[in-house]
Design a protein around this ligand. Structure first.
Ligand code: ISL
Ligand code: CA
Length: 561
């Protein structure tokens, strides 16, 4: 494996700027707030910061609707603030990767405004987006938007529909048009000249639409087809990424990660192949899809818990299949996912810290590039909002409207439970810095309610406690930097572990050493004998003593020999 690449040993910290730190009393996080907190990020020991979109945007979808790719949203600050953030981060040895959102733009983008202006052949911008005539007076096909409703919106003026896989304010760019690709590549090179360290590429697996835009398979009793399945890994996606690689990526010592919704193992081996002709790594979704509803009409909305056997089977499959062939991201959390300690761990006061550490260690000893989402290092929990009015996320609000109000597929009470498990806002509540008002995030009411548990769960308390989750993460990051086996070792599930309902146990081995990771996924006390060699050294533990064959609730231990 090409273990010489810097991003294979790196750990990424994801900052959601809107919720990280407010510096100017408007209740919204901003770039100067991030600058104020760089010391904190540095102390954790990570190598790279991934910034969610900070570009100019009407902010229909958390900034994933960009109206100017080369300007900063004034709510977040100015380009001068960004330049300062970048140079200060670099001076501290931190790299910054930006979010590249080019499957779609905002409907307010100049390109779309020009596209809208006329459907005449002399309008160069018409073909920047995907326009189609109605079919039998209806949408051109049955595709549903990820955010509810059809993926097509009708334009009275031209009598045509435009495609938007997400909100109607997020029209899909037409990647089959070489002018679109060149405009995007120019924009990327413009950011390169500023000295950024790479891009995380939003839904990059969706950019190439299937020829003829055929109907998608219907799942459940929806009238819409699943556009995600129909569009992911389209016919030209690898060709377009290779072109991007030639024209942009290969010129820079960057880290590139493709957010690849709907990626399979064999597709991942192409996106993130080790010849480096496309992207450095994929960011896949299978393990965070396991607890979706068993009724396909409800999609992700459920309060089901994924069991250890299915989660383990999935993680192990990816470890083994990409080994030596391609590179993966390791993550439990991001701005779209519920908090991991509430999802796969146990966020009760008794077990929150133990289970957060167990989950951290389990993931951080695997092969891949780990991502830590802001607040994960504190064991921040889901928001547990009680009413629909507390939510700000459009995916959540649209799902409520569609599934509760219009289609009446679920009761309000049930849907609110599902939101407590799965809403994206669970990850987006303000960062919990200290016990002062609004958790030290802002001195005025934040854009999204602060989780009241900030009195107990906050960065100040974590930094004051040598046993905190924060320092546990710090240790995991340090070990990754020190021990090559974490990057290059062979992954092996312990032979008797396949059916185990309680314990996840695996080894990583290279020519020098072996690591043995044993994690109890449950609140039960378990007896297992792993015949750990006498000379083995205990590298990591989340209890203060080691009882060898007794594995306590949410215990994790890592031995080296
Ligand atoms: O968030 C999801 C499930 O709740 C996913 O379906 C998500 O929409 C998908 O992974 C794509 O996410 C990315 O693109 C979206 C944006 O809303 C997300 O925040 C972003 O991470 C559209 O740009
Ligand atoms: Ca602000």
């Amino acid at each position: 494996m090409q273990t010489e690449k810097w991003w294979q040993k790196a750990v990424v910290y994801q900052v959601y700027p809107k919720s990280f730190q407010d510096s100017n009393h408007d209740g919204i996080g901003d770039i100067r707030g991030i600058i104020q907190r760089l010391d904190y990020i540095k102390q954790l020991g990570v190598d790279v910061i991934w910034l969610n979109p900070i570009y100019k945007s009407p902010d229909i979808d958390g900034g994933y609707d960009i109206s100017d790719y080369q300007d900063i949203n004034p709510t977040f600050g100015s380009m001068a603030d960004f330049d300062e953030l970048l140079s200060k981060a670099h001076a501290m040895g931190l790299k910054i990767i930006m979010d590249l959102v080019v499957n779609h733009s905002s409907s307010q983008h100049d390109w779309f405004q020009k596209s809208l202006a006329s459907s005449e052949p002399d309008n160069d911008y018409r073909d920047y987006y995907v326009w189609r005539d109605p079919v039998d007076g209806h949408e051109p096909n049955n595709w549903g938007s990820f955010f509810s409703g059809p993926a097509w919106t009708y334009d009275e003026k031209s009598g045509q529909y435009y495609l938007h896989l997400f909100a109607k304010e997020q029209p899909d760019l037409n990647w089959d048009n070489p002018k679109v690709r060149h405009s995007i590549f120019d924009m990327m090179n413009w950011w390169a000249a500023k000295g950024i360290d790479g891009f995380r590429m939003d839904v990059i697996s969706l950019i190439s639409k299937p020829d003829g835009l055929p109907d998608a398979p219907i799942t459940g009793d929806s009238i819409f087809g699943n556009a995600g399945d129909a569009v992911a890994n389209g016919p030209h996606v690898h060709e377009y990424l290779k072109e991007m690689n030639t024209k942009v990526l290969s010129k820079h010592d960057w880290m590139t990660v493709g957010e690849t919704a709907g990626v399979t193992i064999s597709e991942a081996q192409k996106y993130a192949n080790k010849d480096g002709s496309e992207l450095n790594m994929v960011f896949e979704f299978e393990h965070v899809g396991l607890d979706s509803n068993t009724n396909p009409a409800l999609g992700k909305w459920s309060d089901r818990k994924a069991g250890l056997p299915e989660l383990r089977e999935n993680l192990v499959k990816w470890q083994q299949a990409l080994s030596g062939k391609a590179w993966n991201s390791l993550y439990w959390n991001n701005h779209d996912q519920p908090r991991v300690v509430s999802r796969f761990g146990n966020d009760s006061p008794k077990f929150r810290e133990l289970s957060a550490k167990m989950l951290a260690a389990l993931l951080h000893f695997m092969q891949g590039t780990p991502y830590i989402y802001q607040g994960e290092e504190l064991g921040m929990t889901n928001a547990y909002f009680d009413t629909i009015n507390q939510y700000q996320d459009l995916e959540t609000i649209n799902a409520y409207q569609e599934l509760v109000v219009t289609e009446k597929l679920v009761t309000e009470e049930t849907m609110l439970k599902y939101f407590q498990s799965k809403s994206r806002d669970n990850a987006r509540t303000p960062m919990q810095w200290d016990t002062s008002s609004n958790a030290g995030f802002s001195d005025t009411t934040p854009w999204l309610e602060t989780n009241p548990n900030y009195q107990a769960i906050n960065a100040k308390a974590a930094l004051d406690n040598p046993d905190s989750i924060f320092y546990f993460y710090q240790k995991l990051i340090k070990l990754r930097h020190q021990l090559p086996v974490i990057t290059d070792g062979t992954f092996k599930l312990l032979p008797d572990n396949e059916q185990d309902d309680h314990i996840f146990a695996y080894t990583r081995t290279n020519s020098e050493t072996t690591l043995l990771i044993i994690a109890n996924f449950t609140s039960d006390t378990i007896t297992r004998n792993y015949d750990v060699p006498k000379a083995a050294q205990l590298l990591i533990q989340n209890y203060t003593d080691d009882q060898e064959t007794t594995i306590r609730p949410y215990e994790v231990k890592v031995y080296q020999y």
